[in-house]
Design a protein around this ligand. Structure first.
Ligand SMILES: Cc1ncc(C[n+]2csc(CCOP(=O)(O)OP(=O)(O)O)c2C)c(N)n1
Ligand code: SF4
Ligand SMILES: [Mg+2]
Length: 351
C-alpha cells in the first residue's frame, strides 16, 4: 500500500485539450494494484479517452462494486463524482443516480466476479433497461482481490496457477449483453490501448447501455501457461474484427482507406465513428450474426475483440419512461407539487 501523494506541480508544457486541461486533470491517486496488472492499463485508457473527448471531469460519475477492478476509479478521474458501492450492486446504484440526474456521464466499472457471479442479476437488468452509461468489466477470469479463485468467466479447461482445471462452462459477458439488448457491445484487451481508447470514446458518445468487456490479465493469479486470460494467450488468439477511428465532430472524414474496408457509424449527437473492417464479412449492426460469430470463434479458442454490435438508433431508459428533460434533482417545488387539481386529473386517468 502506498501513501505517496502525487506531486501537484505540472510541467508547464504538458499538452492541453480544448478545455485547457492536461492529462493530470483526469488522473486519480497513485495505484496500489500489482505492477503489471491489466486494470492499470484500462485506467490509463479511460484517462486518455476523457481527456481527448474534452469532457469536463465534474460531468462524470464513476461507480463501482468490490474487487481490484472496482478499486480502480480511485486511480482515474480524481475530479469526478465517485461511488464505490457493495459487491455486485453497482448497476442499481448507477441506475438510481442516472434517473435522478440525467446530465452526468455515467461510467460503471466492475470485475468479472462482481458482474458475472454475485452481480449477474444486476448486470442483466441494467442492460435490458437501457440505462445511459458505459459499463466496463475488467475481465481477468479470477477473483483477484480474494486471491485468485476461478470466476464465472474462466474458460472450461483453463488451468489455475496451482494447476487445477476449471470444469465449469464460462459466461461470455459480451454474448450475454447482446442477448439482453445492450445497444453497444464491444470487447477490448488491456494490452491494446490503440483499440481500447476509441472504443471507450464511442461508448461515451453512445446513447443507451454501452458495454465493454475488457480482457485484463491478473499478473498475480492468472497469467501462466494454461490460462486463457494471460497476456500471451490473448496476444496469440486476438481476433480483432475491426478498429475504430473516432471522429470528434461533423468533420468530413479524410482518412484514405481502401474501398469496402470501412463503415461509417453515426452516433446520436451527429458524431461519427469510422470503422476499419479487419474482417470484411463482419457487420457490427447485425446483432444475431454477432452472436453466432462470437460462439463460433470462441469454440475455435479465439478471443474476438473490437466493436461487436451497435444500434445506431438506440434510445435509453429516460426515453422509455418519458422523464422530463430537466434532471429530476433540479426540479423545484412547483414542478414536484403540482397541486390537487393535477392529482385529480391523474387519478381520473387511471379509473
Ligand atoms: C457480499 C460480498 N461477498 C463476497 C465478498 C468478497 N469478495 C471481494 S472482491 C471479490 C471478487 C472480486 O473479483 P472480481 O470482481 O473479478 O474483481 P478482481 O479483483 O478480479 O478485479 C469477492 C468474492 C465481498 N466483498 N462482499
Ligand atoms: S491481484 Fe490480480 S487483479 Fe488484483 S491488483 Fe494484483 S494483478 Fe491486479
Ligand atoms: Mg476478476
Amino acid at each position: 500500500m502506498t501513501y505517496l501523494a502525487k506531486p501537484k506541480i505540472h510541467h508547464p508544457s504538458l499538452p492541453r485539450n480544448a478545455l485547457g486541461y492536461t492529462h493530470r486533470d483526469y488522473e486519480g491517486a497513485i495505484s496500489t494494484l500489482c505492477a503489471g496488472c491489466g486494470h492499470d492499463s484500462i485506467s490509463s485508457a479511460i484517462i486518455q479517452a476523457f481527456f481527448e473527448l474534452d469532457v469536463p471531469p465534474h460531468r462524470v460519475a464513476k461507480l463501482s462494486g468490490i474487487g481490484c477492478s472496482s478499486k480502480t476509479p480511485t486511480y482515474f478521474l480524481g475530479n469526478s463524482h465517485g461511488f464505490n458501492s457493495v459487491h455486485g450492486r453497482m448497476p442499481s446504484v448507477l441506475t438510481g443516480a442516472a434517473l435522478a440526474n440525467r446530465d452526468l456521464i455515467y461510467l460503471g466499472v466492475s470485475g468479472d466476479g462482481d458482474s458475472a457471479s454475485i452481480g449477474l442479476g444486476q448486470f442483466a437488468h441494467v442492460l435490458r433497461r437501457g440505462v445511459n452509461m458505459v459499463y466496463v468489466v475488467e475481465n481477468n477470469g479470477v477473483y483477484g482481490l480474494t486471491k485468485g479463485q476461478f470466476s464465472a468467466t474462466a474458460d472450461k479447461g483453463s488451468k489455475s496457477k496451482r494447476g487445477v482445471v476449471n470444469s465449469d462452462e464460462p459466461i461470455d459477458l459480451a454474448m450475454l449483453a447482446l442477448s439482453l439488448g445492450a445497444t453497444f457491445v464491444a470487447r477490448g484487451f488491456s494490452g491494446d490501448k490503440t483499440q481500447l481508447v476509441p472504443l471507450l470514446k464511442a461508448a461515451v458518445e453512445h446513447r443507451g447501455a454501452a458495454f465493454i468487456d475488457v480482457i485484463s490479465p491478473c499478473v498475480a493469479f492468472n497469467n501462466h501457461a494454461g490460462s486463457t486470460k494471460s497476456y500471451d494467450y490473448v496476444r496469440e488468439h486476438n481476433d480483432a474484427v475491426n478498429r475504430l477511428d473516432f471522429i470528434p465532430s461533423r468533420e468530413a472524414m479524410t482518412a484514405d482507406y481502401p474501398p469496402g474496408s470501412t463503415q461509417v457509424l453515426h452516433l446520436h449527437d451527429g458524431r461519427m465513428v469510422n470503422l476499419r473492417k479487419l474482417d470484411g464479412t463482419y457487420d457490427p449492426t447485425d446483432r444475431v450474426a454477432a452472436i453466432g460469430f462470437l460462439e463460433a470463434r470462441r469454440a475455435a479458442g479465439e478471443v474476438v475483440t473490437g466493436l461487436l454490435y451497435i444500434n445506431e438508433h438506440s434510445t435509453d431508459l429516460h426515453d422509455a419512461i418519458g422523464t422530463v428533460t430537466t434532471p429530476l434533482n433540479a426540479l423545484n417545488d412547483a414542478d414536484l407539487v403540482p397541486g390537487s387539481a393535477a392529482l385529480a386529473g391523474v387519478n381520473a386517468g387511471l379509473r
